[in-house]
Ligand binder design. Structure first.
Ligand SMILES: *Cc1c(COP(=O)(O)O)cnc(C)c1O
Length: 379
């Protein structure tokens, strides 16, 4: 089955009770037992729920994995991965990272004795400088948020295999439409399904997908034991989102290309970060491991002018000034004060997240309307 069919049919079957084509919302806490332990595989909805299970199967299918797990948020999914570790273990992580991931690592898990190295991974060989016998996990975000750096998943997987450490990839920005990390050698794929997977800015959810049965078992145990699951209503919405993922992503990519090209030609724009440009430092890797270049763009205003950027954001009419990304509507954000405010300024600026940086999540509206909106706001 090809990807565009998997989004609709992958690991799905009509509902067993009445043959409903669409998995019903099983809004139930518990399930009848005929005798103690006599049930149909469902006992309690933290552990299993049929709507969530349909979604978890869809997650596994679209990422070419065997096992999918759904969580109450992207961060809850990351939290479950780090709970595979124990005090003294070390993690090597991408340095340009979603702010909430950085906060979870440093403010919660460092306190439990896990050590994190935040490392520039654009040259994968650099990762090896930080590997030691305590290293248990490499955490990769690619494309990175918000600088749109690209990390070579295959090369990173080779390093992970060589040293017998797990490789997890946050695939939120790319989605499985663009890249499938498990096929490139990753052990765990993570999503903030809040973003492109849900696709309509109407839910908060996380996902993990793995191939290995033992790893899946450990993660299911953590999912149930820690309990950060999502409800059946949100599972239903995410399943519905997945069915149009490929169509939406195609348009996101087309629109982002047009917007990036426009911005790059504008005299009031300093830098445009988009992996589709031939002069993007990791363009070749992007072209190899991704099907297209995604819907995310970051840019800075001429002379890195903070107040110009703020004025621009206030003037946008179709782009909505808001946190988040990946919905059908275009959003604009100011990473330094919004999504990445939890990263200290000095740390932020090392990776390029300067105060004038604007991040766009290019939606699926009409391309000309989007460009005209930027034109008037820059004018
Ligand atoms: C939003 C986001 C997260 C966190 O997900 P939530 O669903 O908000 O908890 C993690 N990684 C990336 C790349 C994100 O954009």
């Amino acid at each position: 089955m090809k990807f565009n069919t998997k989004t609709i049919h992958g690991k799905q079957h009509p509902d067993l009770a009445y043959g409903a084509v669409i998995p019903p919302i099983y809004q139930t806490t518990t399930y009848v037992q005929t005798t103690p332990g006599g049930h149909k595989g469902f006992e309690y909805s933290r552990t299993h729920n049929p709507t969530r299970q349909a979604l978890e199967n869809a997650f596994a299918s679209i990422e070419n994995g065997e096992f999918g797990l759904a969580f109450g948020s992207g961060l809850a999914a990351i939290d479950a991965v780090i709970k595979l570790l124990k005090p003294g273990d070390e993690v090597i992580s991408t340095n340009d990272l979603y702010g909430g991931t950085y906060r979870l690592f440093t403010s919660i898990f460092e306190g439990f004795g896990i050590k994190f190295h935040f490392v520039g991974m654009e040259n994968a060989a650099n990762i090896e400088n930080f590997v030691n016998h305590n290293t248990k996990l490499i955490w990769v975000e690619t494309p990175t948020n918000p600088m749109l750096n690209i990390i070579d998943i295959k090369a990173t997987a080779a390093i992970a295999k060589k040293h017998n450490v797990l490789l997890a990839v946050d695939n939120t920005f790319a989605t499985p439409y663009l890249q499938q990390p498990l096929d490139l050698g990753a052990d765990i794929v993570m999503h903030s399904a809040t973003k492109y997977i849900g696709g309509h800015s109407d839910l908060v959810m996380g996902a993990l997908i793995v191939k290995d049965k033992d790893l899946a078992k450990k993660l299911y145990f953590i999912q149930n034991a820690s309990g950060a699951i999502c409800g059946p209503q949100d599972s239903f919405l995410a399943l519905r989102g997945i069915k149009t993922l490929h169509v939406r992503m195609q348009r996101h990519c087309e629109n982002a290309k047009a917007v990036a090209t426009y911005l790059a030609s504008h005299p009031k724009v300093e830098n445009v970060y988009w992996p589709g440009f031939k002069n993007h430092p990791n363009h070749t890797i992007a072209k190899t491991q991704m099907k297209d270049f995604g819907g995310m763009i970051s840019f800075s205003t001429k002379g890195n002018d903070y107040s110009e950027s703020i004025k621009l954001l206030e003037k946008l009419r179709i782009f909505t000034l808001a946190e988040s990304l990946g919905g059908v509507e275009s959003l604009a954000g100011h990473p330094a004060s919004m999504t990445h405010a939890s990263i200290p300024k000095a740390e932020r600026e090392k990776t390029g997240v300067v105060d004038s940086l604007i991040r766009l999540s290019v939606g699926i509206e009409d391309e000309e309307d989007l460009i005209n909106d930027l034109k008037q706001a820059l004018g």
